[in-house]
Design a protein around this ligand. Sequence first.
Ligand SMILES: Cc1ncc(C[n+]2csc(CCOP(=O)(O)OP(=O)(O)O)c2C)c(N)n1
Ligand code: SF4
Ligand SMILES: [Mg+2]
Length: 286
Amino acid sequence: MIREEEPQELHPMDWWLRSERLPHIWCAGCGIGPTLYAWTRALDRVGIDKKKVVYVSGIGCCGRGSGYLDVDGFHTTHGRAIPFAVGIKLVKPELCVSVISGDGDLFSIGGNHFIHAARRNVDLLVICTNNFIYGMTGGQLAATTPQRDYSTTTPYGNTEPAFNTPYLADASGAVYVARWTSIHVRLLERSIAEALGMKGFRYIEVLSPCPVNYGRRNRLREVDDIAKWFWEFSVVKHEADTKEVQIERGKPLILGNFVKKEKKLSCYEELKELEERVRAAAEAKK
Ligand SMILES: Cc1ncc(C[n+]2csc(CCOP(=O)(O)OP(=O)(O)O)c2C)c(N)n1
Ligand code: SF4
Ligand SMILES: [Mg+2]
């Protein structure tokens, strides 16, 4: 217990935290906390006004993050973080909106929203903590579980191929695509800062340990086993062809900033331009 006369040391992230909500729910070794740490450091780095920052999440362990950070946060329904964020951008385009959610949320139940927001180039930063599993509900198979890995719903091994999410984002039209892990905190921070400085649909996949519900069933039982796997198998390859970055156990994990491109306006800006053209044509006819 801290006596009153003792100076109280603040957590380095205190400015961004709703400390009264702590302790958080995350297990030891979980990668969600370090990912959020990198995000807040990136926000500091680019110097965004905190009042303009919006954090939207879906449901799941990762989804809980929006309640712990001291920004306008929305803990939405499972799989619907992106449409919620699109709504915010439509009404208040000046806001800096990040969707930070789980792999199940963004690519299983929410996969359709992801591809269409990317196709429309909606001005959002989407960060996925990919722990290869439905963490919160006990470790069921996700669309991102590597083939042959184990989950509660595939006790004899997964027969389905997993999504290569950077390739999916790239093919759907994202202007920025990167992959890091939650142990590469500084590189992740730089990548997030780069993405925050851009406009359009930007996507960063963060490979994130879930020792409890993924590691335990996949011969990565100790709290730091997944972090060691990430450390030993990571190969940084900027501008890698996203087709070539599929995750397979026993093979290199390709990380890096893969795609960065200037792009046309978002579909909503196009719509505004169209509206102006139609109005001008109508005026000219009068
Ligand atoms: C409509 C709906 N379907 C299913 C659920 C149950 N559910 C809660 S979280 C979750 C999966 C979470 O997995 P992920 O998005 O990867 O997040 P993680 O917990 O791994 O961070 C599911 C299926 C729900 N809450 N709502
Ligand atoms: S169950 Fe997995 S994803 Fe959820 S908090 Fe624990 S380690 Fe993190
Ligand atoms: Mg998950």
